[in-house]
Design a protein around this ligand. Structure first.
Ligand code: ADE
Length: 228
């Protein structure tokens, strides 16, 4: 998979992709993440990428020309399965969308800033609009990083333990069960006996029951979707 990200502050995202699982995923050749500075595609000497909104009002709008130049340049090198605009008025991101996007070959993320992009960018180029929640960030960069992280860890081979992503919270609309590690007892509080039993079927049964209980208590909305 290849993920291209267009941003006015690509430096903001560099370190995020240079560590841990995301770094390993790239080094092992499972994914390539390429950051693009939108200002490199500006038509002005000052590398301007925004302008005043027609009709007035507070806040600048990201201009279509640099974005169109950047997207068309990238499209001349490969075709994209989705061109994704990160925006608070997009569809709310969830595990299902992460699963779908992890199966694609080439993804292009466009990070919004200021009052957002000229509507014609959305009409002409964007195939998917994603929000990571009902709050407004100062730019789409963190949101794109969140999505890229959720997508990349699902690509087969990126996680050491292949089954690990499949047992995540949300994969079957259930939250993950509690987990424990050594010591088996801490300040008088013991780990549930069954986890020390070595009895795999019983452990799986206990984990499933815990997942169901957790979901029922913490996320009744999600629990309804399980059909349990
Ligand atoms: N840009 C600003 N806020 C955002 C959000 N909540 N989701 C995606 N992109 C954004």
């Amino acid at each position: 998979m290849r993920i291209d990200i267009i941003s006015v502050v690509p430096k903001l995202m560099e370190s995020f992709f240079a560590h841990s699982i995301l770094k390993r995923g790239q080094e092992a050749g499972h994914v390539e993440v390429v950051l693009h500075d939108l200002r490199d595609y500006s038509l002005s000497k000052q590398r301007q990428v925004d302008d005043y909104a027609f009709g007035g009002g507070a806040g600048m709008v990201m201009s279509i020309e640099p974005i169109a130049r950047c997207i068309r340049h990238l499209q001349s090198e490969r075709s994209y399965d989705e061109i994704i605009y990160m925006t608070p008025d997009g569809d709310t991101f969830n595990q299902q969308t992460a699963n779908y996007l992890s199966l694609q070959g080439n993804l292009l993320f466009l990070c919004g800033h200021y009052k957002g992009v000229d509507q014609r960018v959305r009409d002409m180029f964007v195939t998917k609009e994603i929000s990571i929640g009902d709050y407004v960030l100062s730019g789409g960069e963190l949101a794109a990083a969140v999505c890229a992280d959720a997508i990349i860890r699902l690509i087969p081979g990126v996680l050491n333990d292949e089954t690990s992503a499949l047992t995540d919270s949300f994969q079957d609309n259930l939250l993950a069960p509690p987990v424990y590690t050594r010591p088996a007892e801490f300040e008088g509080i013991a780990v549930p006996e069954v986890l020390l039993s070595g009895h795999e079927a019983k452990i799986n049964e206990w984990r499933f029951e815990q997942s169901v209980e957790r979901t029922r208590n913490k996320r009744p909305d999600l629990f309804k979707k399980t059909g349990l």
